[in-house]
Each structure stands twice: as structure tokens, then as C-alpha cells.
Design a protein around this ligand. Structure first.
Ligand code: AP5
Ligand code: MG
Length: 215
């Protein structure tokens, strides 16, 4: 299965992608996770990306296109992949099409997770992530058993630097301006499957499965 999860910040792309990884055994390719890893390691790419990310803006297309182009060529993508947070602009989508063409692959579906703006803010301000294993939680919707401690590995739960309310508003604006045109882009290509992302997490997963398995 070759899938894109499209949706605004906080729509549940990461949450749903992780469930799909477990179910189908194909990798999640999250450009946000890859960039945060580079920032943490202090690589030249990370140093360059940090300013854009902290400001709630997009990292330049050529940087993320390069990351994804390289990642898609890895052996673990042979049976499929889940793109989470890429593409985010029309030039990125065009570049993806070109890369997949070179690899002799086609997208199967683009799932658009639809969530109200106010719910997005609540989800992002309440999100907590394990510093060690990266597992996501939510203080209200998916609380850890022990406060500030990861259920899976016991690691410390932290808040993402860009999950401050002011930065969240900026990220939502950037989504509206630069990423939302991809909904029409993929609809025109007959690939778009709209899914109600306001439902509970497991119900959203069921809807995604039904959407991608529909003819
Ligand atoms: P990225 O990491 O991709 O962030 P994002 O798109 O802003 O999305 P999020 O990760 O914040 O949200 P999500 O949809 O994954 O939601 P989640 O499942 O965690 O990008 C970060 C930055 O990197 C960008 O701003 C940009 O600077 C840069 N970047 C990345 N990709 C780029 C690209 N292609 N081009 C240029 N720049 C790029 O869920 C959120 C919370 O809600 C969690 O706490 C979760 O538990 C909870 N939740 C999830 N589902 C539900 C539900 N159904 N009900 C209740 N709560 C729920
Ligand atoms: Mg995410």
C-alpha cells in the first residue's frame, strides 16, 4: 500500500500512521520526525531547518524533497509506505510524482483527515511525546498511566517546541495557504479519500481502512 496521510497539524496523521505500520508492516515516512531527528543531532540540515520549524513555517521544498527521494529508495519501502506530512506544497507533490515515476511506482490513495480548527488547537496543546521512543500521548484524549512518563518505555514525556499556541496558529495558517490546495490536486487525480478525523482514534482507523480498501 502506497499511501499519503494528508491533514492539518494535529489531525492525527502520526497517530494513525503508527497503527497502519503495525497492521501492514510498511514504514511511516514522517518528514517532521526526520527533521526533528536532524535538529536533535545538530546536523547541517537540522541547523538549517530549526528556524523554519520554530517559526511554524515550512522547510524549503528542495530540502524535504531530497529527504523523501532518498528514503523512498530504501529496501523497506518495496512493499509500500505511509507518507505523513509530505507532500505539503504543490511543488513537493509534483516532485513526489516524478520520484515515484522513476521508481516505477504509483500512489494508491491519499487520505485527507478532516478536523475542525478548534479541535486541532486542543489536540496540539495537549500533546505529549516520549523523549526516548517517540510515542505520542494526549493529556485528555490518550493520557499516560503515570503522569509525564511513557507507558511503553518509561521515558520522560515532553511537549514539542512548536506546540505553543502562537506557533500552532501560524502552522494552521501555513496549512491553509500552502498545503490545503493539495486536497483539490489529489481529488482531480482521483486519489483523494476524505475521512472524518473528529471521531475517536480507533474509529478513525476503521474509516481509513475502509477508505483505502474501497475500489
Ligand atoms: P510535522 O511533524 O509533520 O507536524 P504537523 O503536520 O504540524 O502535524 P503534527 O505532527 O503536529 O500532527 P499530526 O497530524 O501528526 O497529529 P498527531 O497524530 O500527533 O511537521 C513539523 C514541522 O516540520 C512543520 O511545521 C515544518 O516546519 C516541518 N516540515 C515537516 N514536513 C515538512 C514538509 N513536507 N515540507 C516542509 N516542512 C516540513 O495528533 C495530535 C494529538 O492529538 C496527539 O496528542 C494525539 O494523541 C491526539 N489525537 C490524535 N487523534 C485523535 C483523535 N481522533 N481524537 C482525539 N485526539 C486525537
Ligand atoms: Mg505528526
Amino acid at each position: 500500500m502506497k499511501l499519503i496521510l494528508l491533514g492539518p497539524p494535529g489531525a492525527g496523521k502520526g497517530t494513525q500512521a503508527k497503527q497502519l505500520v503495525d497492521r501492514f508492516g510498511i514504514p511511516q515516512i514522517s518528514t517532521g520526525d526526520i527533521l526533528r531527528g536532524a535538529v536533535k543531532e545538530g546536523t547541517p540540515m537540522g541547523v538549517k531547518a530549526k528556524g523554519f520549524m520554530d517559526a511554524g513555517g515550512l522547510v524549503p521544498d528542495e530540502v524535504v524533497v531530497g529527504i523523501v527521494r532518498e528514503r523512498l529508495q530504501k529496501q523497506d519501502c518495496a512493499n509500500g509506505f505511509i507518507l505523513d506530512g509530505f507532500p505539503r506544497t504543490v511543488p513537493q507533490a509534483d516532485a513526489l510524482k516524478e520520484t515515484l515515476g522513476e521508481l516505477g511506482k504509483d500512489l494508491d490513495s491519499v487520505v485527507s483527515l478532516e478536523v475542525d480548527a478548534e479541535a486541532l488547537v486542543e489536540r496540539l496543546t495537549g500533546r505529549r511525546t516520549c523523549k526516548d521512543c517517540g510515542r505520542g500521548f494526549h493529556v485528555k484524549f490518550d493520557p499516560p498511566r503515570e503522569s509525564k512518563k511513557c507507558d511503553a518505555c518509561g521515558g520522560e514525556l515532553i511537549q514539542r517546541d512548536d506546540d505553543k499556541e502562537e506557533t500552532i496558529r501560524q502552522r494552521l495558517q501555513v496549512y491553509d495557504d500552502q498545503t490545503s490546495p493539495l486536497v483539490a490536486y489529489y481529488r482531480e487525480q482521483g486519489l483523494l479519500k476524505a475521512v472524518d478525523g473528529m471521531l475517536a482514534m480507533d474509529a478513525v482507523q476503521e474509516k481509513i481502512l475502509a477508505a483505502v480498501q474501497a475500489p
